[in-house]
Design a protein around this ligand. Structure first.
Ligand code: GTP
Length: 370
């Protein structure tokens, strides 16, 4: 079996963080999302992974190289973004599937524990029974409007596929979870150039009775939006650091530092006297936090400096941000990579700061600083 990961989206909903980092390299509990995905693929009989890249491809290439977790990594590079169908067609040659070889296709921004063995079992049954071309992983959500809604019959055959329905009433709650199993026959349904597999291929396969569903009931999160990205971090915090904070190597904690779980602190980070960190907080590697700081319900990337007396609440702070003394970052703010914030600056809730800005004035209303 080979795997293809769609890894080329701009991630516009994750701006300003995605202006300098592709979504797949966003850390979840201090480990890039792509690493979580590759780690899971390494134990399920996948030999080769092709990454369909476009935006910030250089960063993805230097992160993965040509081998990771024992998986051979190849790249399919688009010149322009080809959507969700075009990159699969473009990757046909690089994948060079052999007769009967399976292809697992993954949207790269999904954080889940889909059971690939179960998916394969269900797909193989549907292939021998009905000649299935593709099996979609399905997941039940309360409000399916942001997703592709899938209606199946009792045999698991997809009767209808509706991408992003306008109403949530009267439609199924089972959505396309962005994890598919197929084989080389899929290339016959895809064209060259930009197109959407969800809008242009799945409805055709459903019409022909060749599209099937496998219901996943475990963990599934799409990290496409800021709130979802935070939620994925909080989920791992609950699973791994609920009662006891997880502290990396060479972390220096001064006296009277209070770490409230669930909290994860990355290696080589220093925390000054009297600071309180947590709950629901992830601090990256090589972060320096001064005296009497207060950081809670937040995700701090790596290489950040926070000087004494500063506070961050329910926010995300990008790599290498430098924060002066007595700074306040209010709820729902997102600070882009390399931003410098002067002493005593207060940012109210939902302030979004673009990368490398210098902020030396307070902002008392929700605002984008560009
Ligand atoms: P938004 O701009 O916030 O919608 O994010 P996005 O560009 O990543 O789009 P979306 O969330 O719909 O993408 C779902 C998956 O497909 C992600 O893993 C993306 O990286 C990937 N993807 C989206 N567009 C492209 C593309 O044009 N080329 C490739 N190779 N992958 C893509």
């Amino acid at each position: 079996m080979k795997a293809l990961i769609l890894a080329g989206g701009y991630g516009t909903r994750l701006r300003p963080l995605s202006c300098t980092k592709p979504k797949l390299l966003f850390p979840i509990a201090n480990k890039p999302l792509l690493e979580w995905v590759l780690e899971r693929l390494s134990g399920v009989g996948v030999s080769t992974v092709v990454l369909a890249v476009n935006y910030r491809a250089d960063m993805i290439r230097s992160f993965c190289g040509d081998e990771k977790y024992g998986l051979k990594i190849l790249y399919s590079q688009e010149k322009t973004p080809l959507g969700t169908g075009g990159p699969i067609k473009l990757a046909e040659k690089v994948l060079s599937l052999e007769e009967g070889e399976k292809l697992l296709i993954l949207n790269g921004d999904i954080f889940s524990n889909v059971n690939f063995d179960e998916l394969k079992k269900v797909h193989d049954e549907q292939v021998s029974r009905w000649g299935a071309v593709l099996t979609l992983t399905l997941f039940e959500v309360e409000d399916p409007r942001r997703y592709g809604v899938v209606e199946t019959n009792q045999d698991g055959k997809v009767l209808k596929f509706i991408e992003k329905p306008e109403q949530k009433e009267g439609v199924s709650k089972n959505i396309n979870a962005g994890v598919y199993l197929t084989d080389q026959r899929i290339f016959g349904y895809l064209k060259e150039g930009r197109h959407s597999i969800e809008r242009e291929v799945f409805p055709v396969l459903a019409e022909q009775g060749l599209l099937f569903g496998y219901k996943h009931t475990g963990l599934w999160m799409d990290i496409g939006k800021i709130e979802d990205y935070m939620a994925a971090n909080f989920k791992v915090l609950e699973q791994t650091a609920k009662n006891q904070p997880k502290i990396g190597e060479n972390v220096e904690l001064a006296s009277n530092v209070k770490i409230i779980p669930p909290t994860i602190i990355g290696s080589n980070t220093k925390i000054g006297e009297g600071s309180r960190i947590g709950p629901y907080t992830v601090i990256g590697e090589n972060v320096s936090i001064g005296k009497s700081c207060r950081i809670r319900e937040s995700v701090l990337f790596s290489g950040i400096t926070v000087e004494s007396g500063s506070a961050v609440t329910s926010s995300i702070v990008g790599d290498n941000v430098s924060m002066g003394e007595n700074v306040r970052i209010g709820k729902g703010s997102v600070i882009g990579e390399g931003v410098t914030i002067a002493n005593n600056v207060k940012l109210a809730s939902k302030v979004f700061v673009c990368p490398y800005k210098e902020v030396n004035f307070s902002v008392l209303r929700s605002k984008h600083i560009m």
